[in-house]
Write a protein that binds this ligand. Sequence first.
Ligand code: HEC
Ligand code: HEC
Ligand code: HEC
Ligand code: HEC
Length: 118
Amino acid sequence: MTLARPIAHLLCALLLAAPALAQDAGGRKLPDHHVKAGVHCFDCHHEEKPTKKAVASDSCMTCHGDYPAMKALTKDVKPNPHDSHLGEIPCTECHRQHQALKVKCLECHEGKFKFNIR
Ligand code: HEC
Ligand code: HEC
Ligand code: HEC
Ligand code: HEC
């Protein structure tokens, strides 16, 4: 029992030091926040064995809310990435999950806006 606490602390330290993209159970990379929250393959893919079929925004919205909700969440970000002339494009155009994140806006507005995407 006396050993349990130091080991728990060590594990916590290791978890905190983990990189932004961690390996999930399936050996695929996922952002830390989704690994920690225990989000499963099925939650996003709606398939027992995920294929290349695109992940619908509906999957994300089930847990996070719809575009108006996201717009409210980032209302202080200028410009608001969830309220732009691109309209309600798929969440995964920016919040990719197994690949590096990418803010689509910067494809055209490179260096102009600064975002803190996860
Ligand atoms: C089963 C529920 C679930 C699904 C499905 C899900 N998420 Fe999450 N997501 C969470 C939880 C729980 C967290 C961690 C707590 C939080 O920050 O809201 C999180 C965190 C995040 C964050 C980081 C939030 C922050 O404040 O840093 C982003 C961005 C995100 N999710 C986007 C998405 C996108 C895009 C999708 C669809 C591809 C998605 N999520 C699918 C539950 C889910
Ligand atoms: C055009 C790119 C883009 C799209 C599409 C997009 N997001 Fe985001 N999202 C961002 C950026 C950029 C941020 C970070 C804003 C900042 O704080 O700088 C963000 C932040 C977030 C956050 C964290 C908000 C917080 O608390 O700071 C969540 C959750 C989120 N997005 C969910 C979604 C969901 C769900 C969808 C689809 C309905 C979506 N996003 C579509 C670019 C996008
Ligand atoms: C939070 C949502 C989310 C979770 C959880 C998730 N994926 Fe994905 N997956 C995506 C998105 C979005 C894409 C499209 C490419 C990208 O964003 O990286 C994708 C693409 C894929 C692809 C097709 C492209 C490729 O890389 O071959 C496969 C296969 C896949 N995921 C398998 C899995 C498996 C297996 C799990 C569970 C271990 C999983 N995914 C968990 C969102 C998710
Ligand atoms: C396909 C290219 C493209 C993409 C992607 C794109 N924009 Fe634009 N955007 C433009 C063009 C072209 C204009 C009009 C000319 C200008 O002002 O630069 C514009 C104008 C704007 C303006 C008003 C003018 C300014 O510079 O202040 C804002 C704000 C803006 N975009 C934000 C965004 C945001 C946020 C995203 C991502 C959600 C985004 N744009 C994605 C091409 C794009």
